[in-house]
Design a protein around this ligand. Structure first.
Ligand code: ADP
Ligand code: MG
Length: 425
């Protein structure tokens, strides 16, 4: 009964050490050879300290489980170092068995180094198969050395118990270790795929964002082909077109530096000016669809990135205009409160179902077929949320949609003179 108890204790101590290795592998991804050696040494020391005692001279334990298992992965340097620990500690305990330990160590270093060399070039499946078999010759050889070189008998129960437990132990370690390696590899592949997906999302949204200013510039160039256009109007169109090209240029710059934190670019934005220029930019598109724009502007300031805010507004205006194919009204209202600034963008377009509202901001969600990219709202949500703001959506199919951007304001802003501009076509 004592034999069973001692073997179980050995087994438990070894697997506690293996558990440490598995946790390290999960946490760090890679376990260094030094860590492998230290943890396996600990297991060897435990085994020798709590063995099955045969007599004064000889002890039997399961120390070969950590030595073989770790030796297979680490090769001869780890194996030799582990053997040094094992033999050194065994000599410290004393008895004739220490010499047996030395002889076994020399034979095992040669044998397992050779197997380890082959083992590392095998497929994971074959490594598991090999590990299921390797415990048998290793244990038999170990016990035969004690029995024949040192002329010491070993009871059959101990012989069989050690053979079975050592074989199972080595197999179990290799099986678990291979499973952990496969899982880690899969996990890393998933992370890489996710990264690639983000890169491709960025590339698509990048071209989408650059297309907006291009469309505006194209619209103004078309207007300029009118031979009756006066000089003043011409100059205004040219300056807007140049501004738009500048915007496209900065969008390109912005996306190239997308991954870098950009809090340094945050500045105090003049909200009134922002709304005016954004409305101006989108006007040609509204005109083309017989849409009137009502702007109820206000003095307000807030903290943010001006380019990005303009991108948000233009994306929302564009969606509103696209929802009113047969004309309508786009109303833009700025409401200021002590802590918040609200920008309300309301259209009288086709509206959205509850399901569509829930999917807003989801990459590539679009009901416009080839005409849409389904990225505009993703960018809008991303920018507003990164400013610490939020978006409320209210929409009714056939009636229209109201987007309310709620953004933290700077300092004390208060409702002052509201100026209303009605731009009719
Ligand atoms: P896209 O405009 O390229 O389709 P967006 O991300 O800008 O992509 O918008 C996603 C979808 O949200 C649109 O296809 C449309 O169905 C819906 N949507 C957004 N804004 C409005 C709106 N103002 N009125 C109706 N539907 C809208
Ligand atoms: Mg859009």
């Amino acid at each position: 009964m004592d034999i069973v108890k001692d073997f179980i204790l050995n087994f438990f101590l070894i697997f506690t050490c293996f558990f440490i290795l598995i946790v390290l592998k999960f946490r760090l991804g890679q376990v260094s050879k030094l860590a492998l050696f230290l943890v396996a040494s600990l297991a060897v020391l435990f085994c020798i300290t709590f063995p099955v005692r045969l007599d004064e001279d000889f002890i039997v334990d399961l120390r070969m489980i950590p030595i073989v298992a770790v030796g297979l992965y680490g090769g001869w340097p780890i194996l030799a170092s582990l053997m040094l620990v094992k033999v050194g500690y065994r000599f410290w305990w004393g008895g004739l068995g220490a010499y047996a330990s030395l002889v076994i160590a020399i034979v095992m270093i040669l044998l397992i180094s050779y197997i380890s060399y082959k083992f590392q070039s095998l497929s994971p499946r074959n490594r598991i198969w090999l590990s299921a078999l390797i415990g048998i010759p290793v244990t038999i050889l170990e016990l035969l050395i004690v029995m024949f070189v040192f002329q010491h008998s070993i009871p059959l129960t101990i012989f069989i118990s050690k053979l079975v437990l050592q074989t199972i132990g080595i197999f179990f370690f290799v099986l678990t270790w291979e499973m952990v390696i496969t899982y880690k590899g899969l996990h890393e592949r998933v992370l890489r795929t996710e990264k690639m997906e983000i890169v491709s999302h960025l590339a698509s949204s990048f071209s989408h964002e650059v297309r907006n200013p291009m469309t505006t510039v194209k619209g103004f160039l078309q207007l300029m082909t009118d031979p009756k256009i006066d000089r003043e109007k011409m100059n205004r169109y040219v300056s807007i077109a140049i501004n738009e090209i500048d915007r496209a240029e900065s969008i390109i710059k912005e996306y190239l530096t997308f991954t870098k934190p950009d809090s340094s670019e945050n500045k105090t934005i003049d909200g009134r000016d922002l709304l005016e220029t954004s409305v101006e930019v989108i006007r040609p598109l509204a005109n083309a669809s017989s849409i009137s724009i009502i702007l109820k502007n206000n003095h307000f300031i807030f903290e943010g990135n001006k380019q990005r805010m303009q991108q948000v507004l233009i994306n929302l205006f564009k969606n509103a205009i696209e929802a009113m194919q047969s004309g309508g009204t786009l109303t833009v209202v700025a409401v200021t409160q002590t802590k918040w600034v609200k920008i309300i963008i309301e259209d009288t377009g086709i509206g959205m179902t509850r399901e569509q509202i829930n999917r807003l901001g989801e990459p590539f969600f679009s009901t416009k077929g080839d005409l849409g990219t389904g990225l505009g709202m993703m960018v809008v949500y991303h920018i507003i949320e990164s400013m610490g703001g939020k978006i409320e959506v209210d929409s009714q199919v056939g009636k229209g949609t109201k987007f309310t951007l709620i953004i933290p304001s700077v300092g004390s802003t208060h409702q002052t003179d509201v100026d209303t501009t009605i731009i009719s076509i």
